[in-house]
Design a protein around this ligand. Sequence first.
Ligand SMILES: [Zn+2]
Length: 453
Amino acid sequence: MIDPAATYRDQAARLIGEAIVSNHAYDNLEYLCDRIGNRLSGSTALEEAVQWAADLMKREGLSNVRLEEVPVPVWVRGAESARIVTPVSLDLNLLGLGMSVGTPPGGIEAEVVVVRSFDELDTLGEDGVSGKIVLYDVPYEGYGATVTYRMDGPSRAGALGAVAALVRSIGPISYDTPHTGTLRYSDDAPKIPAAAITIENSALIGRLVDNGEKVTIHLEMEARTLDDAISANVIGEIPGSEKPGEIVLRGAHLDSWDVGQGAQDDGVGCVIALEAARLIGTLGLSPRRTIRVVFFTNEENGTRGGKKYLEEHGWELSQHVAAIESDSGNGPAEGFHLDLRAREGRDDGEAENERAEALATMRSIGSLLELTGSSTMKKGWSGVDIGPIVAAGVVGLGLAHDTSAYFNVHHTRADTFEKIDRGDLAKNVAAMAVMAYVLADMPERLAPPATNR
Ligand SMILES: [Zn+2]
């Protein structure tokens, strides 16, 4: 096994230097945000973005640029409003949850019950919940820990007879910014309308109820799901010089929610992946293996792009040396997460050995990224879009951003371009470029191959 830190010092320095002086990623993201805007599955904006991305990949020097069609769900928000009717009169600031059903015409008016956990909901049971609107006024304890109230809260309330569900927005702070995001209806519960309200509104309702008031809310939502539409994953490559059939995939998702500009989620991930590939191409570094850039579609409300990629490329799964995703904003990357699962025919002990060896190699590569602050390598989550191929045994890497500011704007109207820090973006591009280049050029693979399917 070679020592990447010793072998690739010059190439890494060139990639980092070029990333810092290039404007491409920043300018490309500005165009995507300001000229195309947000890009929900089924929207004309997303298909405009797909065409733009394919043209852009060609302009930036990628080869084999192509679209792979993906049928995607079409959820339409429509008009939506909510107000407290009693004991005060107040318009609420809401965003319906993705994939929610609407209310009947004229809306729903009902008393609110406030819960701060699923245990509280279950204790209230059908007697306490039936016919009411459930508000999950749950304090934020990190995205992964709290998002279950948005995902599963509507069905759990519906199963007990609630007529609608409201969720305190999933985020650490709020300046009156509701956060949308998808919900997950279960098959065995009635589908009830569901929306996120701001932390401010949620806390107010919580205080009123805690003070013994009966709070009544009027909720109207036109949300509905139409027939599937055709979207596409956009793919382009820097072909490998010796082993073109072997692939280092770099992915992000081109779709976004229908508010804001989808700048951090995940326009920035797309431009990072593309720019990291362009730099390798323009510097003439010719890695042994192919670098494949994939802009996935429909991450936000279906993961259909990621699932379709597995369907289309299952035959060459073993040829994927690694898949790297960037989908947690533009905070400066601290390093990479390694997401290497136990695979067919190997037990947990073998998987643990593979992880230890892969991490050792990644740490050597990481030593080339000390200057950009991105040298920390640890086990962790990689990404939703590459999730299906990672679950099938491909080695997943996630660009591990500092997310301390990301969840303030995630899925809100405030996810806009002016919050993109140019210096952080350059560092993120550099980290992605160096990691992908070395993995694509090293004589050995990072870990044994997945099994084709
Ligand atoms: Zn995302």
